[in-house]
Design a protein around this ligand. Structure first.
Ligand SMILES: NC(=O)c1ccc[n+]([C@@H]2O[C@H](COP(=O)([O-])OP(=O)(O)OC[C@H]3O[C@@H](n4cnc5c(N)ncnc54)[C@H](O)[C@@H]3O)[C@@H](O)[C@H]2O)c1
Length: 247
């Protein structure tokens, strides 16, 4: 059966790359997402199982984790990858946007970690959680205040959970930027709507490596952190941002 892996946001760009690669490596992968139509297509294409999970609803998160634990008898790896993005000047942020981003990106991720972590503690071999945060969680972002806040929360949650669940369960975090997925396409479109090409081009110019990353590059780092090769890594967050924010 291999390790039992749950990938949230499994119907998205990074989720799909994770599912395809981990399933090919012999893991039993369950992709979790709110977009059931896309989820079923991706699961069929990648050889993964799937489960409905709405990260904005704690009961749904708990039900999905329990369903997987019951079906396979264990959970070995959780990749907390689901997320949404909004571009909004700080002074325009509404309570509705604040709650939406924090609920889906942070609250849902926390309760998924809590539920999956409890399952992993039952395993003789423990388990691993990898949180997909963002470079936006590590530095100031005046037009991504709440997105950045939710991702900074994931960075912090990684440290606390690593302490709480040690030594059986490792908890790691990655901080990507500019990954070539639907989310980044929407991000650039939003920047263009607000300030024409200037802001999108200024953002691209800050990428020291001169290009966006592929979803596969992020997936490969996550897979490394979830593997035994990373057995001495816990609590930390690893940048995979093409050198963004180094100036
Ligand atoms: N693309 C980037 O440039 C970038 C940069 C930094 C961090 N990230 C992070 O990487 C992760 C994956 O993003 P991606 O680029 O693959 O984006 P994506 O938009 O392709 O995928 C995100 C997935 O999350 C799912 N999702 C949204 N709301 C959900 C909910 N309430 N419940 C369950 N699933 C939900 C979507 O349906 C989608 O399948 C996100 O957490 C994102 O914040 C992305």
């Amino acid at each position: 059966m291999g390790r039992v892996v749950i990938v949230t946001g499994g119907a998205g760009g990074i989720g799909q790359a994770l599912g395809a690669t981990m399933a090919a490596n012999g893991d039993t992968v369950v992709l979790a997402d709110i977009n059931m139509e896309r989820l079923q297509e991706v699961a069929a294409a990648t050889g993964c199982d799937f489960v409905h999970m709405d990260m904005g609803n704690v009961a749904s998160v708990r039900t999905a984790i329990a369903t997987v634990a019951q079906k396979y008898g264990r959970i070995d790896v959780l990749i907390n990858n689901a997320g949404i993005f909004r571009l909004e000047p700080m002074l325009d942020v509404t309570e509705e946007t604040y709650d939406l981003l924090m609920d889906i990106n942070l609250k849902g991720a926390f309760f998924a970690l809590q539920a999956a972590g409890a399952e992993m503690l039952k395993n003789e071999t423990g388990g691993v959680v990898v949180n997909v945060a963002s470079a936006a969680g590590r530095s100031g972002r005046p037009t991504q205040t709440i997105y950045g806040l939710s991702k900074a929360g994931m960075v912090h949650m990684t440290k606390s959970a690593a302490i709480a669940l040690a030594p059986k369960v490792r908890v790691c975090c990655v901080c990507p930027a500019a990954v070539d997925t639907d989310m980044m396409a929407a991000n650039f479109a939003a920047r263009r709507a607000v300030s024409g090409d200037a802001e999108a081009e200024a953002f691209k110019a800050k990428l020291l490596l001169g290009r966006m990353s592929t979803a596969q590059e992020v997936a490969d780092l996550v897979i490394y952190l979830a593997s035994d090769k990373a057995a001495y890594i816990t609590g930390g967050s690893v940048d995979i941002s093409g050198g963004l924010d180094m100036h």
